[in-house]
Design a protein. Structure first.
Lengths: 281, 99
């Protein structure tokens, strides 16, 4: 997998804002940043209200995804460039989600909104409307999505990559440190998981590290390239970032994202949980 | 909060009687608040822990744990950082100057 097929730079993006067949989309769970100024011409995708089922904890179904992309003016043959805040977490989630429903040509803007802003590149508040399309989605590609039973079965035989912060992994915190800590689920991690915080894969400006650096980081943490892999975090968006690094950048073939992640696993009755750094074993 | 993971809008006030270990303050440039700065919380080993964007008034807030932390701000006009030590729960104030 070549980097250019999945990742574009801010400089390339700025040069291609008007290119026909290239659609920019900003994705976040809180879209106030978009409303305050977005990449010129970019459409907005609200992770919470548009990509999640409003009642059940699950994604919108195939038909719902078709309806959404049609309304956004995205065609099956468009190159979709995704970016967002929070170091591209939700953009990476959306990338995975676009792949799940079979979109062929989707890429991430390296560094997302942060890199774009730190570079001082243009943002505007123009309302963006694109002509509607008739988007056709595929059945979900479950080769990239892991469910809870599969995760329990993977203990001790697949790479389980917990991408949360060390304090969340050890059980000291229940959520990232920019959020309040009152949560219903138990603290800790899935036994046999290795802890490679998502942030290890990113530079300070939000861009991905080089493939050589990435390979070293995962190897050092005990990631076994010959095994199948499941990545998880708390709700599945930071692990999408790592899923992207492992599968799309490094080219590991069998890598799944467990979108249920710790909010599901830590609430299950009877499953094993490990506390501490996991390095004593 | 369980269905969310992104950084919330910064600023406002929270109960001082909190049981949480809160690190909060402002990003400043020559004493003037800097909004839209990327504020990163680094642990005692320098490892990234969390990131928020400062409010238009320059405010940021983290829910951390007792210990030694570094807060580092990135902005297109410059970067800066400050150390903060939180012995226990409560609100710990810290300012970051960027240049």
């Amino acid at each position: 997998m070549s980097r250019e097929n999945v990742l574009v730079s801010a400089a390339w993006s700025e040069e291609n804002l008007q290119t026909p067949g290239v659609v920019f989309a900003e994705v976040d769970e809180d879209t106030t940043a978009y409303d305050g100024g977005h990449i010129p011409g970019a459409v907005k995708i609200d992770w919470k209200t548009e990509l999640q089922d409003p009642i059940r904890r699950d994604f919108v179904d195939r038909e719902g995804f078709e309806k959404l992309l049609s309304a956004k003016g995205i065609s099956n043959d468009d190159t979709v460039i995704l970016y967002g805040g929070n170091n591209n977490w939700f953009a990476a989630y959306a990338y995975w989600y676009f792949k799940l429903y079979g979109h062929q040509d989707v890429k991430l803007l390296d560094g997302g909104r942060k890199k774009w802003e730190l570079d001082g590149r243009p943002l505007d508040k123009e309302e963006v409307t694109r002509p509607t399309t008739s988007y056709k989605a595929q059945e979900q590609d479950l080769s990239i999505r892991a469910f809870r039973d599969e995760v329990v079965d993977a203990i001790g035989n697949k790479n389980l990559v917990d991408v949360r912060s060390p304090d969340e992994f050890s059980g000291k915190l229940l959520a990232p440190a920019h959020l309040p800590q009152e949560q219903a689920q138990r603290a800790g991690h899935i036994p046999s998981a290795v802890n490679v915080p998502w942030s290890k894969a990113a530079n300070e400006d939000g861009t991905f590290k080089s493939n050589d650096e990435l390979r070293e980081i995962y190897a050092e943490a005990g990631f076994d390239g010959s095994r199948k892999t499941i990545a998880y975090c708390r709700i599945g968006e930071r692990s999408s970032h790592t899923w992207f690094a492992l599968r799309e950048l490094l080219g590991h073939e069998d890598v799944k994202n467990y979108d249920g992640s710790w909010t599901e696993y830590g609430s299950l009755v009877g499953v094993p949980i490990e506390l501490g750094s996991g390095k004593e074993a | 909060m369980s269905d969310s993971c992104g950084a919330p809008v910064q600023g406002g006030t929270i109960e001082a009687s909190t049981t949480e270990t809160v690190l909060q303050g402002k990003v400043l440039a020559d004493g003037t608040p800097v909004g839209g700065a990327y504020v990163r919380l680094l642990d005692s080993t320098g490892e990234f822990t969390a990131e928020v964007v400062s409010s238009p008034e320059g405010d940021f807030r983290f829910f951390a744990a007792p210990g030694s932390w570094t807060v580092r701000a990135l902005h297109r006009t410059g970067n800066g950082q400050a150390a903060v030590s939180a012995e226990g729960p409560g609100i710990h104030a810290v300012e970051i100057a960027v240049a």
